[in-house]
Design a protein around this ligand. Structure first.
Ligand code: PMP
Length: 409
């Protein structure tokens, strides 16, 4: 794939919301890590499905249902190729990263983790990669172990390795931290875990919008991501699982679609991935995700990665010049997330004043309270960049922060 440069002004025209105003000023959207904006192609794909090809999937013998099913299943193939998975049956559609992790904890985790066992996570997790494991450990009498991070937000790999012990039954870690931006050396971490026979789930929610992911190269056992952070609709996500695991796992939810036959005496479950897709899914959402994947593939994931990286460097330089600003998360390998605090103002005040300028940043603990505890703070302001972000957005943020200083310093 060539690393041709993105034509940002052209890209921005694809996103209708970026042409709108906020508080009467041109919108400066710096909250893509929470949820990314949608290109017209995604919106159109969903409208088109509902307007011309919508019916419930997998069940109808009539033409409309066949078209709807074909559009839905075409996305499964797009996701397979996007993640570099071997087979479409390794791609399970879920509601999002959160549901994907809960599925693995409930099904794989329950079958595998027992009393006295351990689940290993890291100190930089989103709550959705903590709480399901905590619930599992509570239920089973197992222990949640946490690999520590450095002051710059990097995982301390030697400590991670030391925590991989004879009782470790599973590792769950983020590809990219949403609060710090740290990109973890996932391939190396998976290798270390596998050397001790421990399977690994990767939370890829913040990775897929910024870089190409190849699950076979990473060799992870599970990989989870959400459509809405990848410029697709909300309410849809993906769990990739190695076929051998998915086949061995019990179903997560029971209902229609996940069965081959049902009687009051016995139910025979469907093949994977359908065994994990009980009930009518978000059909248009899945089709929208397919359009989002087409969109990023057409721009080129290498071009997107190069753009995000260059803009991150620019933003890091620009924010470092702001008096009284401290960046939280400065790992050498970072994605386009800039968490920061100011000496003169609480993050919520920063967010409120920036909002008056039409600038959207996230403030709070970013669903990563243990990260905040690690740095002895309660919250940060976070600017996050995406393929449609540009230097002008960063300049507007810096100018907005000067206003915050005028008010509070
Ligand atoms: N993991 C990470 C790293 C995230 O950033 C998020 C969303 N903020 C999630 C998991 C949860 O994703 P969702 O809410 O889409 O299920």
């Amino acid at each position: 794939m060539s690393a041709a440069r993105l034509d940002i002004e052209r890209v921005r025209k694809d996103f209708p919301i970026l042409q709108t105003l906020a508080r009467g000023k041109p919108l400066v959207f710096l909250d893509s890590a929470a949820s990314a904006q949608k290109p017209q192609a995604v919106i159109d794909a969903m409208v088109d499905l509902y307007s011309r090809s919508y019916a419930n999937i997998h069940r109808g013998v009539y033409e409309l249902s066949e078209r709807s099913t074909a559009a839905f299943e075409a996305t499964r193939e797009k996701v397979r190729s996007f993640l570099g998975a071997a087979e479409t049956r390794e791609i399970v559609f879920v509601r999002g990263t959160t549901e994907a992790i809960n599925l693995v904890a409930s099904s794989f985790g329950r079958a595998r983790v027992g009393e006295g066992d351990e689940v290993l996570i890291t100190h930089m997790e989103h709550h959705s990669n903590i709480v399901p494991w905590q619930m599992l450990c509570d239920e089973k009498g197992a222990t949640l172990k946490v690999a520590p991070i450095d002051d710059d937000g990097s995982l301390i790999v030697e400590e991670f390795e030391k925590l991989l012990g004879p009782h470790t039954k599973l590792v769950a870690l983020p590809h990219v931290s949403n609060a710090l931006g740290t990109v973890n050396p996932v391939k190396d971490l998976v290798r270390r875990a596998h050397a001790k026979g421990v399977p690994v789930l990767v939370d890829g929610a913040q990775a897929v919008p910024h870089q190409r992911v190849d699950v076979r190269d990473l060799d992870c056992d599970f990989y989870a991501f959400s459509s809405h952070k990848l410029f697709g609709p909300s309410g849809v996500g993906v769990l990739y699982g190695k076929a051998e695991h998915l086949e061995a796992m019990p179903p997560y939810q029971g209902g229609g679609e996940m069965i081959l036959s049902v009687s009051f005496e016995k139910t025979i479950y469907n093949e994977i991935p359908h065994k994990f897709e009980a009930g009518t899914p978000d059909i248009a959402g899945v089709v929208g995700l397919g359009a989002a994947i087409d969109y990023v593939e057409a721009l080129g994931l290498d071009a997107i990665a190069a753009h995000d990286h260059e803009l991150l460097e620019y933003a890091t330089g620009a924010l470092s010049e702001v008096p009284g600003l401290t960046l939280v998360g400065t790992a050498p390998e970072k994605a386009a997330v800039l968490s920061f605090v100011l000496d003169c103002a609480h993050p919520h005040d920063i967010g409120t004043i920036l909002d008056q300028e039409g600038i959207a940043v996230r403030t709070g603990h970013h669903c990563a309270q243990p990260v905040m505890q690690r740095y002895g703070i309660s919250a940060t302001a976070r600017a996050s960049l995406a393929l449609y972000s540009r230097r002008e957005d960063v300049d507007a943020l810096v100018a907005g922060l000067a206003k915050v200083r005028e008010v509070f310093a």
